[in-house]
Design a protein around this ligand. Sequence first.
Ligand code: GLN
Length: 471
Amino acid sequence: MNEFQLTAGEIKKEDTGRERLTSSLLERINAVEDKIKAYVIKPAPAASAKKNSGLLGAIPVSIKDNICVKDEATTCASKILGGFKPPYDAEVISRLKESGAILWGKTNMDEFAFGSSTENSFYGATSNPHNLNYVPGGSSGGSAAAVAADETIISIGSDTGGSIRQPASFCGVVGLKPTYGRVSRYGLIAFASSLDQIGPITKNVEDSALTLNVISGYDPKDSTSADIAKPDFIKALGKDIKGLKAGLPKEYFTSGIDPQVKKSLDEAISVLKAKGVEFIPISLPHTEYAVAVYYIIATAEASSNLARFDGVQYGYRQINKEGIIGMYRATRGNGFGQEAKRRVILGTYVLSSGYYDAYYLRALKVRTLIKKDFDDAFKEIDCVITPTSPTAAFRKGEKIENPLSMYLSDIYTISANLAGIPAISIPCGFTKEGLPVGLQILARPFDEETLFKTAFSYEQATNWRKVKPKL
Ligand code: GLN
């Protein structure tokens, strides 16, 4: 086995490969990156660890390019942030550095995390390592592709409506969206502040727990950070799941689901049943409103968050003859891509007087009902099991001209963000075209341990992780 194929857990256990690790990864990047295009900024050959001893000592971790790294370009895959170098580290970056991790380049994404395919990047699209004609998912598609193609050991992404879990599912890797408030958002360039959450994309469940141990915990610099006890997530691995009650929401297993995804899910359910998990049919009755509610709240918050990119404070500026207003217009007109503009227009519309009550306020009320559906369900069950996405990866170009069909592909992931609960996607099979399928597990707020023990137990009983893309 090559060093670049190892997980962080394996590297730590054996203490093998550390000397050769970065050179082996750089060779790998040289060999495959032209096909994948996972990085906006490739790792520097000189990148080296400060210490070997921390939780992620000498482990390369790539970072989605919407997370601030002091004095290093942070672009959000947008032209408008060209030339911007943050004067500070995001809290997750400080914690990663403290743990001895090697910061391993900045990964590609949909501009400002708007999208589900990583095609909305100013720097060009990323390819799915399992089939280069297919998208890697999005918006953390660069992170998921980099992990799947063994161009990094771990990657950090962000998830507002599924942007960690859906690309993890499309690329056959593990993606975790922690509970809202579990990981500090300080230094994450905001998309929709009430939904955004940073989390790990990894090759296996153990590395996910290990990374969450490093990046989670209270941070007074983020006013929504939760000041609650942080368990050692590694201890959840290997715990018995016999007697665990899992809900199967009928709204997620409807005609919209691809038969091959359904088949993989059914097989995964049998594996978990054999481990003693009890499956209970449940209903989450407001699921049908989730996509509409999400695209009102997310665009409203995005339009407000993007107002700061005006050509004065950050990055790119376009001057013209029409004074300061002309400069704002030219900067934003040339600096934002199509999808960013669409979201600013939509978000401004739903927040404008006369429409606020009809759209934004109503969406907030339905969001409360969606959260209540989960609260009610979790009185009877310990976790919910669903597919991560109704289909496996789609072809490049298939949905880019039709934003609505792109938005609908998030149908299974966005409820977790609206409800603020944790969710994980793990590989559970392949389609006959050789594309990965993902299984999603959702749990009560701050109960990531149930996700880890269930996911780990399933992973131990299956071999999906070992199926590598042929590159
Ligand atoms: N695909 C969703 C969107 O475009 C989710 C994005 C995300 O989670 N950042 O809004």
